[in-house]
Design a protein around this ligand. Structure first.
Ligand code: NDP
Ligand code: ZN
Length: 351
């Protein structure tokens, strides 16, 4: 089978591989549509998770099941499915402790295009099919369904990590597709005011549609100064970090009220340390919590978030800015994600 792979850091291309084998609990699927993620960019060009050779990229898609193992109960060949980017081993001790995303080791629930071949391939392997796949609701288009693999669950996980409550003022740093879903999630959770940080006009417009009311450009001075000016010097109740770099945490801590919480879902692709400003962290006693996490993955989350979209309570379509037809456009879509032109939010390739 053909797959689009990271050959080594900074180099990618199509390769031939054997079709993966299906174990008793597994499924083999073929993509109906795939989406490119900023994480693919971090992995391939920044080498953020280290060297990988001939590893097929991609972790966002919706798919058709072509084969299931003898112990799979709920899925059969021909089923159209939502596929989460994170596919934990649900019988692991980490999953039992509530950290499915770290099943088998830190971040090891993230398997596609990390520890095994990803979904930019004619066929791909899903471990624990009953625990990880979800049926694609019939009224969701496969292109939109790709947003459920990672953008919706990751953006919403930022909201969970920041513990957004009714009436909170929430700062969302970064309004690419992940941050846009954090805006949507914070709005659904009852935030009274959402301040968004980002500059691409398409993203600003989408963020407004999802519930952001105030906007800040990180290019126009420090984020914290702008936030403090907008909030009468008080700061915000919660911060969700979905963009920026290691230095962004300094701004997040400074922009936060005492007792506030930061939820980070940004993938820190470079740098060595995250610095916490001593004084604004209440000299260690400010009750400013910093939580960072990979989204949990799995079937239940896919079913619930799919139900939100299916019921018309969440419209993911504004995230999809570019749609391509056919594998031959995959590389173009990937390079677009790396170059981030002004009109880009998320590119999807229909197969
Ligand atoms: P994008 O690159 O599309 O968006 C990044 C956003 O951050 C943009 O709004 C950008 O602004 C803004 N930004 C850039 N630089 C700064 C800065 N210095 N300070 C503040 N804001 C800045 O990314 P995605 O939405 O696709 O992904 C966001 C992050 O989430 C990525 O790092 C990605 O790898 C990660 N991720 C994490 C996952 C997880 O499970 N934890 C899963 C998937 C993705 P501008 O409008 O100017 O471009
Ligand atoms: Zn992703």
């Amino acid at each position: 089978m053909k797959g689009y792979a990271m050959l080594k850091i900074g180099e990618s291309g199509w390769i031939e591989k054997d079709r993966p084998e299906c174990g008793p609990l597994d499924a083999i699927c073929k993509p109906l549509a795939v989406a490119i993620c900023t994480s693919d960019v971090h992995t391939l060009w920044e080498g953020a998770i280290g060297e990988r050779h001939n590893m097929i990229l991609g972790h966002e898609c919706c798919a058709e099941v072509v084969e299931v193992g003898s112990l799979v109960k709920d899925f059969k060949p021909g089923d159209r499915v939502l596929v989460p980017a994170i596919t934990p081993d649900w019988n692991s001790l980490e999953a039992q402790a509530g950290y499915s995303m770290h099943s088998g080791g830190m971040l090891a629930g993230w398997k596609f295009s990390n520890f095994k071949d990803g979904v930019f391939s004619e066929f791909f392997h899903v471990n624990d099919a009953d625990g990880n796949l979800a049926l694609l609701p019939s009224n969701i288009d496969p292109v939109d369904a790709c947003m459920l693999s990672d953008m919706v669950p990751t953006g919403f996980h930022g909201v969970e990590l920041a513990d957004v409550q009714f009436g909170d003022t929430v700062l969302v740093i970064g309004i690419g597709p992940v941050g846009l879903m954090s805006v949507a999630g914070a709005n659904m959770r009852g935030a009274s005011r959402i301040i968004a940080v980002g500059t691409r006009p398409v993203c600003v417009e989408a963020a407004r549609g999802y519930g952001a009311v105030d906007f800040i450009s990180y290019k126009d001075g420090s984020i914290e100064d702008q936030v403090l000016a907008m909030t009468g010097g008080k700061g915000v109740d919660k911060v969700i970090v979905a963009g920026g770099g290691c230095e962004t945490f300094e701004s997040a801590v400074k922009a936060l009220k005492p007792g506030g919480k930061i939820g980070n879902v940004n993938y820190l692709g470079s740098g060595t340390y995250v610095n916490i400003p001593r004084a604004e962290w209440g000299v260690g006693m400010g009750h400013k919590q910093i939580n960072g996490g990979l989204m949990p993955g799995g079937r239940l989350r896919m079913e619930k978030l799919g139900a939100l979209v299916s019921a018309g309570k969440l419209d993911v379509h504004p995230l999809v800015s570019h749609v391509f037809d056919g594998w031959e456009h995959l590389e173009e879509a990937l390079f677009l994600m790396r170059d981030k032109p002004k009109d880009l939010i998320k590119p999807v390739v229909k197969i």
